[in-house]
Design a protein around this ligand. Structure first.
Ligand code: TTP
Ligand code: MG
Length: 365
């Protein structure tokens, strides 16, 4: 803490967060190109894993010129680019690389929120290295990654999480983009709504029907009307469009929920199919993660999320303090009552953890 801020302990100015969003460039494909020079200057894709065998996990930038992208069926990709080389993935190597980049992150901060193997939010507000400049820290992290792993990463630097994430895409690959507190509103004003995380295809179409295309349009719209039409998503859209995102970087220590989800290559429909996914895959994974995230298992609620084929999403959660499989069966029966003949593209299971502080205060009383 600087001498200046020490002398002003009651200063009420809101704390400005310095957030970096890091995202590796064409991650699996980059690792394959690094380890095999023959794959470097050709259109390359990495095949899907397990149930996703028929679709691509990702591809390099050369292949993207042909319109190929993640989650594209391999057959379709080969039609677009007959010279495409498709190699199988090596999950273990990607995991090791991911551990290494996390070791690099920890040199600069312990406030790290991983989003996937190749992507994380870092809160560097309290980092005093490199004069505390988030721009220089991001640059140095990317240099460290390149020097130690021979891979490139892109970064977004911003005072808000959603803007950091959007920014990391703006100078991809091997680049970074900085949004300062002073430029937040200028950036937000020109933002098309599809760039805002959480705005799906279906919502976007409905927003367009209401004449809303950019954050600027949302600012000029009627807030009540937006909330009535779009519910929770509308509320979040209103905030983001006004440059508000109060979410903090969630580390393992302050994590409040743990969840596991799966998107299907082919939509599923019956209760039996859903139940078998939960029983065989999601629940065991949830149990494993929960043990890692919070050994004492202070569970408050448990829930199931379903995304239907029309991209509508619904979540159901109930108070239940012990992780048990039969409880998820009850939740599944209840949530499927909302199905109305639609197929299912995603299922997620999650637990909300007890708020430790509230819990401790209650025990004191
Ligand atoms: P992304 O960061 O979405 O993509 P990417 O790193 O390949 O490319 P970009 O340069 O645009 O960031 O995902 C990271 C890895 O996760 C990706 O290399 C492979 C895997 N993945 C899948 O297996 N299936 C998917 O549908 C997606 C999107 C990613
Ligand atoms: Mg990536």
């Amino acid at each position: 803490m600087s001498a200046e801020s020490k002398s002003l302990p009651l200063q009420e100015k809101p704390r400005v967060q310095k957030i970096i969003h890091i995202d590796m460039d064409c991650f699996y494909a980059a690792v394959e190109m690094r380890d095999n020079p023959a794959l470097r200057n050709v259109p390359l894709a990495v095949g899907g894993h397990e149930r996703q065998r028929g679709v691509l996990s990702t591809c390099n930038y050369e292949a993207r010129k042909f319109g190929i992208h993640s989650a594209m069926p391999t057959g379709k990709a080969l039609k677009l680019c007959p010279n495409l080389i498709v190699v199988p993935g090596r999950m273990q190597v990607y995991k090791e690389v991911s551990h290494h980049i996390h070791r690099i992150f920890r040199r600069y901060t312990d406030k790290i929120e991983p989003l996937s193997l190749d992507e994380a939010y870092l809160d560097v507000s309290n980092c005093s290295l490199l004069h505390g400049s988030a721009t220089l820290i991001a640059e140095q992290i990317r240099k460290d990654i390149f020097n130690e792993l021979a891979l490139t990463a892109s970064a977004g630097i911003a005072p808000l999480k959603f803007l950091a994430k959007i920014a990391s895409d703006l100078n991809k690959p091997n680049g970074q983009y900085v949004i300062t507190p002073e430029t937040v509103m200028a950036e937000v004003n020109k933002l098309p709504l599809e760039k805002i995380p959480g705005v799906g295809k279906v919502s976007l179409e409905r927003l367009h029907q209401c004449g809303l295309y950019t954050c600027n349009d949302v600012q000029n719209s009627d807030q009540r009307d937006l909330l009535l039409r779009f519910g929770k998503m509308g509320a979040s859209l209103w905030k983001r469009s006004h440059g508000i995102d109060e979410r903090e970087v969630i580390t393992e220590r302050n994590r409040r929920s743990v969840g596991v989800e799966r998107t299907f290559t082919h939509n599923i429909s019956s209760f039996e199919e859903c139940w078998s996914v939960i029983q065989a895959r999601l629940y065991p994974e949830l149990e494993k993660r929960l043990l890692k995230a919070n050994g004492s298992l202070d569970i408050a609620k448990q829930g199931i999320k379903i995304k239907f084929a029309d991209f509508q999403q619904t979540t159901i959660e109930h108070v239940h303090h012990h992780l048990t499989l039969p409880f998820f069966e009850e939740l599944l029966i209840e949530v499927l009552e909302r199905k109305k003949g639609r197929e299912i593209r995603l299922i997620g299971v999650s637990v909300m953890l007890k708020d430790k502080e509230v819990f401790q205060q209650l025990s004191l009383i």
